[in-house]
Design a protein around this ligand. Structure first.
Ligand code: ADP
Ligand code: ASP
Ligand code: MG
Length: 421
């Protein structure tokens, strides 16, 4: 008997029929003798629908003063899907109970809309498991020290599931989704993408942080910190397939490096459409310029990604960086109204439609020339590179958003990742 955590994403919970299928699958695992905890997302589209209602009432709902209520609102999506799953399980003859984050409780800090899990109390859940119940815990949410409901950021149910698995010292955390594993790149963009049987924790961390939304990055961080065995697999297989076969399907996230294994130089391509670029032009090139520009941006709670500073000419330099598209206007206004006049910059310009494409692979550590293969493949397609950023196991380029799909496909082919058919 093992303790297993299942997580089901929005599409997997997308209708009563799909919820019934999830219930049948979970019941199969429970009847095989496992203790089961299930973490569902809201039904697909529900979180967007709820947040859309908020912005109808307050078009500037992105303001931080609204964040507490946005969390209160968005958390209802997971509460509904969790209760529906408990009802479906009971209708299947399984004893089952659902809990909202605050009832467990899942304790978080107070950063509304992107809270971090601090601890999870396992007492209540263990009591239910010992009594033979399937326990359902809402994904995406928790409670802060003052008793407010918080949410964990978009895609946060992955993190809830892994954190619950870590707290319960579960034998495995299975992330069920609408694709049958982690692919070399998003299979919806590159049909030739291949499923990976295993992917190393480090590569998965890079892929997630560089935009592969198949797993929220914090879930991968949690899995690494607590060594939670984790697998990504499909919820769209027939629920009654052989359990042993199902348990081995999909993609396993591995923590041990197998030295004997020949590493692919590039194992995946990640991308992020939602970025924007801002350039502060003609700033006096004096010490403290980066802090002078990025300090106020950070104080405004705007995350900065790729940064470049040009060499100076006549004592002046240009400074560019990328932010999330959602923060673009706020960042631009702040720089134009406050930062540029204070620093004596000539001009602030921006482009809200850029994308970042990254190649990721542990094998890049021991291979030279990987970046130049990347740049050549992009130049052959006439894709202009605006910014470059590298680390030991990834190289990212910032390009015009309209060339994104072309770039991803070209790189997928250039690094020999296309499936052979
Ligand atoms: P869920 O609702 O189950 O959490 P998500 O939509 O958050 O599902 O994540 C699954 C989606 O991630 C897939 O449908 C796929 O389009 C996308 N995706 C992006 N990159 C990858 C990748 N490398 N491998 C698999 N899926 C990916
Ligand atoms: N429902 C939340 C979202 O849409 C969390 C999740 O699905 O993981 O972002
Ligand atoms: Mg997701």
């Amino acid at each position: 008997m093992a303790l297993i955590v299942h997580k089901y994403g929005g599409t997997s919970m997308g209708s009563t029929e799909r919820i019934r299928n999830v219930a049948k699958r979970v019941a199969k695992w429970a009847r095989a003798g496992h203790q089961m905890v299930v973490v569902p997302s809201a039904m697909s589209g529900e979180t967007n629908r709820l947040l859309g209602l908020a912005s109808e009432l307050a078009p500037s709902a992105a303001k931080t003063s609204y964040y507490r209520e946005l969390d209160m609102l968005a958390a209802t999506g997971e509460q509904a899907s969790s209760a529906l799953l408990a009802i479906a399980l009971q209708a299947e003859g399984m004893e089952s109970v659902s809990y909202a984050g605050w009832q467990v409780p899942v304790r978080t800090d107070s950063s509304y809309t992107k809270a971090r899990i601090e601890s999870i109390d396992d007492a209540r859940v263990r009591k239910d498991l010992d009594a033979g119940r399937v326990v359902i815990i809402t994904g995406f949410q928790g409670i802060d020290p003052e008793g407010n409901i918080t949410t964990l950021g978009r895609g946060g149910s992955d993190t809830s599931a892994v954190a619950v698995a870590a707290a319960l010292k579960a034998d495995e955390c299975l992330i069920y989704t609408d694709v049958d594993g982690v692919y070399t790149t998003d299979p919806r963009v590159v049909p030739a993408a291949k499923r990976l049987g295993t992917v190393s924790f480090e590569e998965m961390l890079e892929m997630a942080s560089l935009g592969s939304k198949v797993l929220q990055i914090r879930s991968v961080e949690f899995a690494g910190k607590y060594k939670v065995p984790m697998r990504v697999l499909s919820s769209f297989t027939p629920w009654d397939i052989d359990l042993e076969e199902e348990a081995k399907s999909g993609t396993l996230i591995t923590f041990e490096e197998d030295e004997k294994m020949e590493k692919a130089v590039v194992s995946g391509i990640a991308f992020n459409r939602g970025e924007a670029k801002i350039s502060v032009l003609g700033v006096p090139d004096t010490p403290g310029i980066a802090a002078g520009i990025l300090g106020p941006v950070a104080d405004a709670n705007i995350e900065v990604d790729v940064i470049i500073q040009n060499i100076s000419k006549d004592g002046k330099t240009d400074f560019s960086f990328t932010v999330n598209q959602g923060d673009y206007q706020r960042a631009l206004d702040l720089l134009r109204e406050k930062v540029a006049p204070a620093l004596g910059a000539a001009e602030v310009v921006g482009n809200p439609n850029i994308a970042k494409v990254s190649i990721v692979g542990i094998g890049m550590r021991s291979h030279v020339g990987v970046a130049s293969t990347m740049f050549r493949a992009l130049s052959q397609e006439n894709v202009n590179i605006q910014m470059i950023s590298t680390s030991e196991i990834k190289t990212s380029v910032v390009i015009d958003e309209k060339y994104l799909e072309l770039a991803v496909r070209a790189l997928h082919t250039a690094f020999g990742l296309d499936k052979s058919e």
